[in-house]
Write a protein that binds this ligand. Structure first.
Ligand SMILES: Nc1ncnc2c1ncn2[C@@H]1O[C@H](COP(=O)(O)OP(=O)(O)O)[C@@H](O)[C@H]1O
Ligand SMILES: [Mg+2]
Length: 251
């Protein structure tokens, strides 16, 4: 399970993204980028953040620490912005928090250099989870203390939006032609050799176990949250074996 904190103060919205994440203070005095269950994209985005974020971390990629954030909608009452007020009102209960990397810079492929091996690991990981949100226009990568950190894994595993067709959808190639790290000659072959064998059923069980039950309950076609956890694990296990053969748009 992820650590649980309670939101004690809503600080400010982060306007860059589409989902209106906000900065909140937790009762552990941490500062978190909070993603709301009441946001338009809904709880599947949060499930994707946990599954992919924890998987990336287990594979040695840098991802800010994830927590669940309990929110009392009363916190929204004093908000002047009606859009924020609505979001907080609709998000009582369990939300997602990501440790705020204070002073981090948005990654700019023209301003920073990335080692081909690290680029290869990230491209392969994005192919594994089908991440469509790592383009040079919108890299969702942060530079913090001279190192690259991965954020925003909400737009991954598109197959989770249509479980009956998941197998076919998960077999599709990954288009890396717009990938933020394409220009750094990503060494995908080295990444596959190192990372693919580590994506085991056991690891995926551990990673999916960290998703809170409340985000997995009542999914049509699934009896229990654990059934749904297995459905998340299956396509990832299958893709780990051969998705590198279907990465398009890079040499
Ligand atoms: N952990 C973090 N530390 C610092 N800044 C962050 C963090 N997470 C997100 N941000 C900032 O907030 C923006 C929006 O967050 P993101 O997770 O990309 O949400 P969205 O789904 O709205 O794109 C990011 O582009 C980044 O500038
Ligand atoms: Mg983003």
């Amino acid at each position: 399970m992820l650590k649980e904190v309670a939101a004690t103060r809503y600080i400010t919205p982060l306007r860059e993204g589409g989902s209106l994440p906000g900065l909140v203070e937790g009762d552990d005095l941490g500062t978190y980028v909070m993603k709301f269950t009441g946001a338009g994209q809904g709880r599947k985005t949060l499930v994707a953040e946990v599954v992919c974020g924890e998987l990336a971390r287990a594979l040695g990629l840098r991802v800010p620490r994830l927590v669940t954030v309990g929110l009392d909608p009363v916190l929204g009452l004093g908000e002047p912005d009606p859009e924020v007020q609505e979001l907080l009102k609709a998000s009582g209960g369990t939300n997602l928090g990501m440790e705020f990397l204070s002073g981090a810079l948005g990654f700019d492929p023209l301003a920073f250099a990335v080692d081909p091996r690290e680029a290869g690991r990230i491209v392969w990981f994005d192919a594994l989870v089908g991440n469509v949100d790592r383009s040079w226009r919108n890299p969702n990568l942060l530079m913090w203390h001279g190192e690259l950190w991965l954020i925003d894994h909400g737009a991954t595993m598109i197959w989770q939006h249509n479980w009956p067709g998941a197998q076919g959808s998960a077999a599709r190639p990954y288009d890396a032609s717009d990938h933020a790290l394409k220009r750094f000659a990503p060494d995908v072959a080295a990444a596959v050799a190192d990372l693919a064998p580590r994506v085991t059923a056991g690891l995926l069980a551990e990673v999916t176990a960290r998703v809170p039950d409340v985000w997995l309950a009542d999914e049509p076609g699934f009896e229990t949250p654990d059934d749904l956890r297995r459905a998340y694990a299956e396509p990832l296990l299958a893709r780990a074996a051969d998705i590198h053969e279907r990465i398009q748009g890079i040499k």
